[in-house]
Design a protein around this ligand. Structure first.
Ligand code: 5GP
Ligand code: MN
Ligand code: MN
Length: 447
């Protein structure tokens, strides 16, 4: 177990721990560290950590975890962020590389035609008001068993069984609902992607996966629905700051007392957005099954895992040796249960990984959290300015990349992300996790 520890001082209510190798630690921006110290200064916050892919975000850094006491802590829409339950899903197909390689281009065009992608692009599906309400309140069990998008075995493969409890649409604005209804079943833009991969290396044979097998990774979240909910509640939090006597360390960490009416409303609305995102990834899975089966009939595609990386959840963890009920905010960070796995995507030109816990003590100290990806090395604007298209194409190697918007994708270039092997090494060295399977990209559809 290895981490950098910043002792509680000044306004901070707890220590801050940063899990990283020296190399990655030296790359961390001062501003991202400052954001962790700010998070530790919020009332009732009892644990704050930074993960190996940490970089500056809105309020809480990406790769940041903030735990607050369920009794007297805060709930922070700023710390959860704008794309509520943005997350990653891994599908595994009953296909090997040689079964698909000749049809890859056709499948990618099929997926591009079938799956709406791009900024603000609308869904091809329609949902009645009542169906929408039940999807966001009841999550995958309703979407699958009542609306027919998939199979019941898909449910158990998802974090929280694809249903975050406590969701209630009453605290969600009309504007959010209208945006959401139009976008359920869309990929989104920018960093969101759908990638066909081949299982390149199996480190642990309990995974049930084989080298040469085909997997599909989906990265998307709650689209305009979650974004609007985040915006609505961040605005309310800023307005109520006086009422609750909050002196936010930074305005972007806007928060409510956890048991205030506004805090409870936010939790219920946030849970709706979380369920929307699980449903969104499930509908995209449905499209993937249709398209691949169109070109290769009889292909069985299972959901291997699905997990969130922008969310807050009620969990029990140890604080100073005592079990405590906490609200864990994870921003660009994923949950890794002691007996579970997590997905760590790299970039459109590099490998991705499935990982499992390495050292249980280290994992506990990180509130059962690991990196959600390689993390950005350059901001979007910086990448567009600094990178040449030639360098970018070279970095893709043989990976076939399609953009829904015909964008040049320089801001999503592998060169704009940290080195995934360094992040995995960091996870191993800090004891948080070790690789189970390595996945190599073959073709990527970008939003
Ligand atoms: P987010 O953008 O949600 O913060 O992070 C998602 C993570 O996915 C990034 O940190 C990055 O490492 C990874 N990533 C971004 N684009 C791609 C892609 O096209 N393919 C894969 N496999 N990973 C990606
Ligand atoms: Mn997202
Ligand atoms: Mn994401």
């Amino acid at each position: 177990m290895k981490y950098y520890r910043f002792k509680q001082e000044g306004r901070m209510n707890c220590d801050v721990r940063v899990f990283a190798t020296r190399d990655l630690y030296n790359q961390i921006e001062k501003t991202a560290l400052k954001q962790l110290f700010n998070a530790a200064s919020l009332p009732g916050v009892v644990g704050v950590i930074g993960l190996p892919d940490i970089h500056q975000g809105y309020g809480l850094p990406i790769g940041g975890v903030m735990c607050s006491s369920l009794k007297k802590g805060v709930i922070s829409p700023g710390a959860v962020g704008f794309d509520i339950n943005c997350g990653v899903r891994l599908l595994v197909a009953g296909l090997r590389l040689e079964d698909i390689i000749d049809k890859l281009d056709d499948i990618m065009s099929g997926l591009k035609n079938e799956i709406p992608a791009g900024l603000g692009v609308n869904s091809t599906l329609t949902f009645t008001d009542q169906q929408f309400e039940r999807v966001v309140e009841e999550g995958l069990p309703f979407l699958i068993t009542r609306l027919g998008y998939g199979q019941t075995i898909d449910i158990a493969a998802c974090e929280e069984n694809g249903h975050l409890k406590g969701a209630d649409l009453t605290g969600v604005s009309k504007k959010a609902i209208n945006r959401g209804k139009k976008q359920l079943g869309t990929l989104g833009s920018g960093n969101h992607f759908l990638e066909i991969q081949v299982i390149d290396k199996v480190y642990n044979h309990n995974s049930g996966l084989e080298e040469g097998q085909i997997s599909i990774m989906i990265h998307t979240g709650s689209r305009g629905f979650g974004h609007q909910i985040a915006e609505d509640y961040i605005n309310i939090a800023k307005k109520r700051a006086k009422k609750y006597n909050f002196d936010f360390p930074t305005k972007n960490l806007a928060s409510f007392p956890i048991n205030s009416p506004e805090g409870e409303d936010y939790y219920r609305a946030m849970a709706c957005a979380a369920n929307f995102a699980f449903a969104n990834r499930q509908i995209l899975t449905h499209f993937v099954r249709q398209v691949i089966n169109h070109f290769i009939p009889g292909t069985f595609i299972t959901v291997y895992y699905d997990l969130a990386h922008n969310i807050c959840k009620k969990e029990i963890h140890q604080i100073n040796g005592k079990k405590k009920a906490l609200l864990v905010h994870r921003k660009g960070a994923t949950k890794l249960s002691p007996d579970g796995i997590a997905l760590v995507p790299g970039s459109m030109g590099t490998d991705s990984y499935i990982v499992r816990p390495k050292n249980q003590e280290a994992l506990k100290a990180a509130f059962e959290s690991v990196s959600h990806g390689a993390g950005r090395k350059m901001g979007r604007r910086q990448a567009r300015k600094k990178l040449s298209y030639r360098e970018h194409l070279k970095s893709l190697g043989e990976v076939r990349v399609t953009s829904a918007t015909n964008d040049n994708l320089l801001d999503e270039s592998p060169l704009a992300y940290k080195d995934i092997s360094e992040v995995i090494r960091s996870l191993k060295e800090t004891g948080l996790a070790e690789p189970v399977v390595r996945l190599k990209p073959l073709a990527v559809l970008k939003g």
